[in-house]
Design a protein around this ligand. Structure first.
Ligand code: WT7
Length: 662
């Protein structure tokens, strides 16, 4: 069916720019006084970008120091620090032990059932050496790919670093993915060894993982060995000759292992991410630039200090887990928290209990989690002592101003800056974020590019837009942690990211520059709607809805409409205590439509608003607007395989009948 949706066009600058946000949050004085990043840092990076990144390379221990910074002679294929050699695991482990920090805690691990374990840098180093020795025994050599399909347990980190130590690129597949998804990735990357676990704990019970590996491997005959961690102790079938227990191999291996240095451009890992069409893309990250980029941004964006306790509440199966749970924090010798389970197991205060227990000072979470906490109510975090927190981070989607303010106020005690970090699996590192010691924070804005990063917003012709205007978000210069290609498909790499605008990386996101030149993200460009010739961003209408006191979460889509081209259809979740009964439903709907009209303008008034209990989300928490569009347009549902919980779609469909407003 041909789409009636118009291509995203911004040359006439019709992109809605109407939502006003006047609140400002300057940095706390104390933080500003000792900030890692200051205005001088920006000036220094602007004066000589390459020299800036050459200097940041000194954060890393090189076996042989690079004399080159970036080689951009063959765009879009960049090389960073190309003549340097290093070992990524050595940088994350041994060097801290050698510097006398062996007793520092690397991870406070908190299992879902309540078990916990503190792991020091010395202990982690030993375990990684053991795993590297065991993998070598299993036949893993430098360059071989290893798939990791695990729950959020310390052995997942150990596995990743053991691969890095051997120069064997890891391919972590999120433990919530199906056997099929695992098989596709194993095949695409020609993996020969898989590391997994019997199971993990999720929502209060043991959930098996190994059977999905067995299922996947039916179509992956090249896989020779499977290494299995015992986490839950549930009954697990082992295939003779192929499967071995971690306890029988890794735990018995030598704790001595000499790391070998690899070239800076040696592949570090492949992480698959789905596009709107086609098979998943294998994003390739390499060693030196990635380590410099992640360690620098982890230090800069969060204003990291030696005694911070840092918590990235994301799964290791996503890039956030790779860059800010493993490589950035460990390269910086940070103490981190790692939590296995869900936020409401065994109770809705679990996260805050953990913050209180470990005195977490920096928390990094997704807007979807924050809006869930809003829905549960502020009285839950209020029961805990959260005074250790000093910086809060957000990642994954635009954060609505209301969610930002709620987060700052109810979690951050109205003292902590909120850093809204924009980046992608492809960028490997933060690209746009307020710097907590300098930014005059605006709720909902990602503010400025990271020092040394060159971002722009351009129109259809690829020309920079003026302040106060919207367009396409692009990256103008190479950056150290950038993806190098798509695994096995250079052409798709060029076509996907580098062909829309000459000489620029196109991220797929819409953005606007406000009057001060600060950047606001407007969502993926294919989420932009066109209503009666006015282009409007789903993000802005969602933000307007969430600014109503009774709304916890909102998803907006454009549905084909005979009259207006597209019509705005909104799905909202009310805050707890705000359930509506059938006859009152119409009141809140009318109220919300008027609220949007007041906040943005009558043109933005949704044609329909549906009050729902849940929204369809991918496993990484992104709303699947495509499915909501199917519902809004009364179509058969498209592919639902990446949906986290497929029952929500039926719930929403049942709700839809008779909800149309005229
Ligand atoms: C897409 C990348 C970044 C790691 C997790 C997601 C959206 C991400 C923000 C933000 C607005 C954001 C963009 C981007 N996104 N962070 N702070 N504000 N949008 O990684 O799965 O590769 O997704 O997520 O649309 O392109 P990913």
């Amino acid at each position: 069916m041909p789409s009636t949706r118009r291509p995203y066009a911004v040359s006439d600058d019709a992109l809605s720019n109407l939502l006003h946000e006047e609140r400002r949050f300057p940095p706390p004085e104390e933080l500003a006084a000792s900030a890692n990043v200051t205005e001088e840092t920006f000036a220094e990076a602007d004066a000589d970008r390459e020299a800036f990144w050459a200097k940041q390379a000194e954060r890393i221990s090189w076996e042989s120091k690079p004399t080159q910074t970036v080689d951009w002679s063959n765009p879009p294929f960049a090389k960073w620090y190309a003549d340097g050699t290093l070992n990524a695991a050595y940088n994350c482990l041994d060097r801290h032990v050698e510097a006398g920090k062996g007793d520092k805690v690397a991870f406070h691990f908190e299992g879902e059932p309540g078990d916990s374990r503190d792991i020091t840098y010395a202990e982690l180093t030993k375990e990684v050496c053991q795993a590297a020795n065991a993998l070598t025994e299993l036949g893993v050599d430098a360059g071989d790919r290893v798939a990791i399909y695990m729950p959020m347990i310390p052995e997942a980190v150990v596995s990743i670093l053991a691969c890095a130590r051997l120069g064997a690129p890891h391919v972590v597949v999120f433990g919530g993915f199906s056997a099929d998804a695992l098989a596709t990735r194993i095949q695409d990357c020609e993996v020969e060894v898989v590391i997994t676990a019997d199971g993990g704990y999720r929502r209060g019970s043991a959930s098996a993982l190994k059977p999905a590996v067995d299922e996947a491997l039916k179509s992956c005959p090249e896989v020779k060995k499977v290494l299995v961690v015992k986490r839950t102790g549930q009954e697990t079938e082992m295939v003779e000759g192929r499967d071995v227990w971690w306890d029988d191999t890794v735990a018995k291996a030598s704790t001595e292992h000499t790391p070998q240095a690899f070239e800076a451009e040696h592949p570090l890992y492949v992480m698959y991410t789905s596009g709107s069409t086609g098979k998943p893309k294998g994003i390739l990250h390499t060693t030196g630039g990635y380590l410099v980029g992640t360690s620098y941004t982890h230090w800069a964006t969060f204003d990291l200090k030696d005694n911070d306790v840092f918590w990235t509440a994301a799964d290791i199966g996503w890039v956030t887990g790779h860059s800010y749970l493993v490589y950035g924090p460990l390269a910086n010798g940070t103490t981190s928290v790692m939590y296995e389970g869900t936020p409401d197991t065994p109770h809705q205060g679990r996260w805050w209990e953990i913050v209180d227990k470990y005195k977490v000072s920096i928390l990094y979470a997704a807007p979807t989690a924050i809006r869930t906490f809003m829905k549960w109510g502020a009285e839950i975090p209020q029961k805990y002592d959260l005074s250790s927190l000093r910086v809060l981070g957000s990642v994954g989607e635009p954060i609505n101003p209301e969610a930002y303010v709620w987060y700052r106020k109810n979690i951050g005690g109205d003292r902590t800056p909120v850093v809204d970090t924009w980046w992608q699996t492809e960028t490997g590192m933060h690209m746009i974020s307020p710097m907590p010691g300098v930014a005059n924070g605006k709720p909902g804005a990602a503010m400025r590019p990271i020092p040394g990063v060159s971002i722009d917003v351009v129109n259809d012709e690829g020309k920079s837009v003026e302040n106060g205007h919207g367009g396409y978000l692009v990256i103008r210069e190479p950056w150290p942690a950038m993806l190098r290609t798509l695994w096995g498909d250079d052409q798709r790499f060029i076509d996907t990211y580098w062909s829309r605008f000459e000489g620029m990386y196109f991220a797929g996101d819409g953005a606007k520059k406000d009057e001060d030149g600060d950047i606001w993200l407007l969502g993926r460009v294919d989420d932009v709607m066109n209503v009666s010739g006015h282009r409007m961003s789903t993000t802005e209408i969602e933000s307007a809805l969430v600014s109503h006191p009774r709304v916890a979460e909102a998803a907006v889509v454009g549905a084909t409409d005979e009259t207006t081209g597209q019509a705005i259809v909104a799905f909202v979740i009310l805050r707890s205590g705000g359930e509506v009964d059938a006859d009152k439903g119409a009141d809140i709907v009318a109220e919300l439509r008027n609220h949007v009209a007041k906040e943005i303008g009558p043109i933005a008034k949704p044609r329909q608003i549906m009050v729902v209990e849940e929204l369809p989300k991918t496993r990484s928490g992104k709303i699947m607007r495509r499915l909501l569009r199917d519902i809004a347009e009364n179509r058969e549902l498209g592919d639902v395989t990446t949906l986290q919980d497929s029952s929500v779609m039926n719930l929403i469909k049942d709700n839809m009948a008779g909800s149309r407003e005229d």
